[in-house]
Design a protein around this ligand. Structure first.
Ligand SMILES: Cc1ncc(COP(=O)(O)O)c(C=O)c1O
Length: 440
């Protein structure tokens, strides 16, 4: 068997592990001179090191361990209502009622629920999209945004050999894990300018232009995580043209459609611009945030192809990858999302509810900035209201974030990212005062 370097190391490692397992099994048959089964089992994993905590999920663990009644979790990006409680959308409750008892518990096909995929593509590409209508988009239902990225990364590893993925600095930390575990080469492109707390457009364009032709760029379709800084429509047009000239492949991660502006159509502008310019790109969609279906793990990965025949081939390979990883995606979330997207009245209600969530966050941004300024802080806080989406990239240093945790029981990731979804009218003033305290 011909194997490349990285793969060969893995194969050799697997062989060694298999031999070690066989030897230990043979020893087990002969007996172990009095060592108990438990002691042997413990020894088997004695060399497994404890993994470092995930920078985002680790915050939730610390938060849960804090016994203060005043604690605030601004770590994980999950929407909370103004009482700080998780929110189930009314349209979701209505969809649940409609589907209750009407479906069996059989497996979905490996590529998922057909109706859901169709609605999902319409939402992203537009109902009048020629690509969707012509069937030239390969698409499968996948495990929310993370699973969609992972499927695409695996696809890249198999069918785009030698293609390096360019990832923005900074990005959602899990992007690096996903492409690392898929065994793809990754590098970075400039995105955020510390001095302006805005987009480093010139740096980004330079990196696009300097990347080898045919590179893959991982782009956040809207509400960039963690910075809350998005290119304008005009800038997206320039990015699209530059990427076209270099024959780069765009992979859009769209985890927040509707959360940037409150308008699902407007938030898809980057994708629509690329489609108009004739790009063939790939897209990960998540319904975790915008439908509040976090735990349902519901999303779509799609790849624009040259024609229907190519789409059939690409889709068949996505199915092969999904089959080996998890076989079939979950049904319940797909039924909820397709019930909402397939009924004009429910869909309209969903649009209203998404806007309400986005608007509440915008109000919290205004209040946070006001309280920071009222607290006497001399630092500039305009970026708090300039940034969009679920997060505020505050500019606080890791040590300042640590002090927020130890002195004020306020939890956020050490890069200074505040999940604005956890800020409420009841805690925003205390947050502002604490931020002023640690940044003085
Ligand atoms: C940029 C980005 N992509 C993907 C995801 C994945 O989310 P999920 O797997 O819950 O859909 C997130 C979630 O935080 C994200 O911020």
């Amino acid at each position: 068997m011909r194997t490349c370097g990285r793969l060969r190391r893995v194969v050799v490692g697997v062989d060694r592990a298999a031999r070690a397992f066989e030897q230990s099994a043979r020893r087990g048959q002969r007996g172990h001179g009095g060592r108990s089964t438990t002691a042997r089992a413990m020894a088997r994993f004695a060399d497994v090191p404890e993994a470092p905590k995930d920078p985002i999920l680790g915050i939730s663990e610390l938060f849960l361990a804090d016994t203060s009644s005043d604690k605030m979790n601004l770590g994980v990006g999950a929407y909370r209502d103004d009482n700080g409680k998780p929110q189930v959308l009314k349209c979701v409750r209505e969809a649940e009622k409609r589907i209750a008892g009407n479906f069996n518990m059989e497996y979905l096909p490996t590529n998922g629920f057909k109706d859901f995929i169709k609605h999902s593509l319409d939402l992203a590409y537009g109902e009048d999209s020629e690509a969707v209508k012509s069937g030239s988009i390969a698409a499968v239902q996948s495990l929310s945004g993370t699973g969609s990225c992972r499927l695409l990364a695996e696809f890249q590893k198999r069918f785009m050999p030698g293609c390096t993925v360019y990832i923005s600095v900074p990005t959602w930390s899990n992007h690096h894990n996903i492409w690392r575990d898929a065994g793809c080469e990754q590098t970075t492109y400039r995105y955020y300018k510390e001095s302006t707390r805005g987009l480093d457009f010139e740096g980004m364009m330079e990196d696009i232009n300097n990347a080898p032709n045919g590179s893959m760029f991982l782009l956040h379709a809207c509400a960039h995580n963690p910075t809350g800084v998005d290119p304008s429509a005009e800038q997206w047009r320039e990015i699209s043209k530059a990427m076209k000239a270099k024959n780069h492949f765009a992979f859009f991660d769209m985890a927040y459609q509707g959360f940037a502006s409150g308008d699902c159509v407007r938030d898809a502008q980057s994708i629509r611009i690329f489609a108009e310019d004739g790009h063939k790109f790939a897209l990960a969609q998540s319904f975790a945030k915008n439908m509040g279906l976090y735990g349902q793990r519901i999303g779509t990965v799609s790849v624009m192809c040259e024609d229907k025949a190519e789409a059939v081939r690409v889709e068949s390979q996505l199915k092969v990858i999904a089959r080996a990883m998890y076989s079939n995606p979950p049904m319940h979330g797909a039924l909820i999302a397709s019930t909402i997207l397939g009924d004009p009245a429910l869909k309209a209600q969903w649009y209203v509810e998404v806007k309400e969530m986005a608007d509440r966050i915008i109000t919290m941004r205004t209040l946070l900035r006001k309280h920071l300024e009222d607290s006497g802080s001399k630092l500039p806080w305009q970026h708090v209201t300039d940034q969009i989406g679920m997060f505020c990239y505050s500019g606080m240093a890791p040590e300042q974030v640590d002090k927020l945790r130890t002195d004020h029981h306020i939890y956020m990731t050490r890069n200074g990212r505040i999940s604005m979804a956890g800020v409420t009218s009841g805690n925003v003033e205390r947050l502002a005062k604490a931020m002023h305290e640690v940044t003085k």
